[in-house]
Design a protein around this ligand. Structure first.
Ligand code: OGA
Ligand code: NI
Length: 352
């Protein structure tokens, strides 16, 4: 049976539910009490993830080492950071957000042309995971590939609004450059060769994909989540969040911390593949998304991943008698298959 070919039950667009004017959410979206936003794990209002200015990250400048150190500290302590002066034009970021918002505001018939299946997830979707009867998240999304070239198919990208294809292209190029710089900084701050992570990812043959998340207004936000707790399965994520509405929470030990977005910043986090390569010196940290009764929210998650057929295992230099290898090498293809079946369910990798 090809159970990855289609969804196990008819797809309901969360946006349609939201716009139908219901005042209570269907049972399918109600999380068990321990997983609800305010009732389960406590939230901390006082903590926040580090904000790092990347303009210091220029070779041969005194600021370079301290910037590198700040990145290293942030990843070790949080797994998450916000970056400013990252080289991507704020106007482009704004336009990307606007075009995607306009896409989600198109009539349903238009969006349905791009309806996705669990085989590749490309296109317009409303659930992650294929478990029949699973409790669902309060969000729709659009998923697409930018690299490798063999997977990039702009016919699977939206053609409306008219500028969106060009914007995706330009945004992709700019964010890839940022990822390349961050990969170097993270390699150095792990104590391996500057090119180590990039090489382990396949050099120029990395995989790049993007998921734009759309979280419609929700009449009972206290009962559900826009995206359940998960760690990102890939290499590194560069997230552009809504400039108007908060929603992302990051787990810090036993509490959830709500991210306060800084204007024109990106949120950067490491995924499971960098955790494996670093032999868990860097950890991919769990995060989740809350929804809102009065505001919809948009985010653009940019995933920078290893070439999918390479074996990813701990860097030999980071394996010592005191710190034996924590993981068996695995390709990202195999890892992703396993994650795609189960949907967002906390963290899959052991970390000690
Ligand atoms: C993701 C993610 C966070 C957000 O897409 O993996 O964690 O704020 N998104 O939408
Ligand atoms: Ni995520």
């Amino acid at each position: 049976m090809d159970y990855m070919k289609d969804w196990p039950e008819p797809i309901v667009r969360v946006q349609s539910l939201s716009e139908s004017g219901i005042t209570t959410i269907p049972e399918r979206y109600i999380k068990p009490a321990s997983l609800r936003p305010e009732i389960g794990t406590p939230c901390s209002k006082d903590l926040s993830i580090p904000v790092i200015d990347l303009s210091g990250l220029k070779q041969d400048q005194p600021s370079c080492n301290s910037t590198m150190q700040a990145i290293s500290d942030a990843v070790r302590e949080w797994g998450f950071l916000q970056v400013v002066n990252h080289g991507v034009s704020p106007a482009l970021m704004k336009k990307a957000r606007e075009d995607w918002r306009n896409f989600f505001h198109l009539p349903m018939e238009e969006k349905h042309k791009y309806a996705n299946s669990p085989k590749t997830y490309e296109g317009y979707g409303s659930r992650l995971g294929i478990e029949k009867g699973a409790i669902l998240d309060w969000g729709d999304y659009y998923f697409l590939h930018l690299l490798p070239k063999s997977l990039k198919d702009p016919n699977k990208w939206p053609s409306l609004p008219p500028s969106i294809k060009d914007i995706i292209e330009e945004y992709g190029k700019e964010v890839v450059k940022l990822c390349e710089r961050l990969m170097k900084a993270m390699s150095v701050s792990l104590g391996v060769d500057e090119e180590y992570l990039q090489r382990a990812f396949g050099g120029e043959d990395v995989g790049v994909c993007m998921r734009t998340n759309y979280y419609p207004k929700c009449p009972q936000p206290e009962l559900t989540l826009g995206l359940s707790a998960h760690s990102d399965p890939g290499g590194m994520t560069v997230l552009l969040v809504d400039d108007r509405v908060q929603g992302l929470q990051v787990r810090k030990d036993k509490v959830w911390v709500t991210i306060k977005p800084v204007p024109d910043a990106f949120i950067v986090n490491v995924g499971d593949q960098i955790q494996v390569l670093s032999n868990a010196i860097y950890k991919s940290v769990e995060h989740r998304v809350m929804v809102n009764a009065n505001e919809e929210r948009i985010s653009i998650a940019f995933f920078y991943n290893p070439r999918s057929d390479l074996l990813i295992g701990p860097a030999p230099e980071l394996v010592t008698p005191d710190r034996p290898a924590l993981y068996q090498p695995m390709t990202y293809d195999d890892y992703r298959l396993f994650i795609r079946k189960q949907g967002p369910q906390g963290k899959s990798l052991k970390s000690t």
